[in-house]
Design a protein around this ligand. Structure first.
Ligand code: SAM
Length: 242
């Protein structure tokens, strides 16, 4: 899992804002933005192009916002931007909701230098917090941490937060993917034990079941493999309201 050389400047630019949030936050940002193909994939496929108001459920330390802000700056400066990629979104507002107070605090510190930039981190549970409305809702590697019925309520509320032109990006592990899925789960368990000192009860579904759930809740979806270069079984579902 190494960063393609052409993306290294973008990864460095996005990670730099985490210096103010501490060494852990900075190094985590560099590792995750450089090693997880999802971040480059979102830009390369233009998935959020033209979406100005984002709602990020389970935002962690706000990596997606940092990534999109750096992408916009690189693209605007015509510097370090792959020629074949479409223009990135220009964020008008970003709202991240995060249950872990340490993660939320790291995100807040990273964005503190731009108080008027429309970046808001809410410390709370995505099961409770008001979603308002958004052009795109993103839920990346989060839903398996909450119980099945709550997952369905979150997705139904995400649908209600979007108008007909809206978009949902949902990354999940495919529980039918055998060893690669087992490996993703092992990593999630380990991280939860190390960071929170407890063994989580993960509530996962096969890809087919996620797709059926999205269809039942009023979305049309397509799936993009989103684990190239990693041993995991992650899939990004790109879902549009019907
Ligand atoms: C694997 S991390 C992914 C973080 C972020 N989406 C990203 O891709 O960088 C999962 C995050 O979901 C958060 N989370 C889990 N359950 C949550 C809930 N009920 N409400 C809000 N955040 C939650 C965790 O605290 C963690 O930060």
């Amino acid at each position: 899992m190494s960063t393609a050389p052409r993306l290294a400047p973008l990864v460095e630019a996005a990670s730099a804002r985490y210096r103010s949030a501490g060494l852990f936050a900075w190094n985590f940002a560099r590792g995750k933005l450089g090693g997880d193909p999802m971040f480059a994939g979102i830009l390369a496929h233009g998935l959020l192009a033209g979406r100005a108001r984002l709602l990020d459920l389970g935002c962690g330390q706000g990596l997606l916002a940092a990534w999109l802000l750096a992408a916009h700056a690189c693209h605007a400066a015509r510097r370090d931007w792959p020629a074949q990629w479409p223009a990135p979104p220009q964020l008008a507002s970003y709202r991240g909701i995060e249950i872990n107070p340490s993660e939320a605090e790291r995100a807040r510190r990273a964005f503190a230098a731009e108080p008027g930039a429309g970046l808001h981190i809410v410390h709370g549970d995505i099961a409770d917090v008001d979603y308002g409305s958004a052009d795109a809702v993103v839920i990346l590697d989060v839903l398996h941490f909450i119980e099945y019925a709550a997952q369905e309520r979150v997705l139904a509320r995400a649908r209600a937060a979007l108008d007909r032109a809206g978009l949902l990006l949902l990354r999940v592990g495919d529980a039918d993917a055998g060893v690669r899925f087992a490996l993703s789960s092992a990593v999630d368990h380990t991280v939860a034990v190390v960071r929170r000192g407890r063994w989580p009860r993960l509530q996962c579904r096969p890809l087919r079941a996620w797709e059926e759930l999205l269809a039942r809740l009023g979305f049309t979806s397509r799936s993009l493999p989103m684990s190239a270069g990693t041993p995991f079984a992650n899939v990004l579902l790109v879902a549009e309201p019907r």
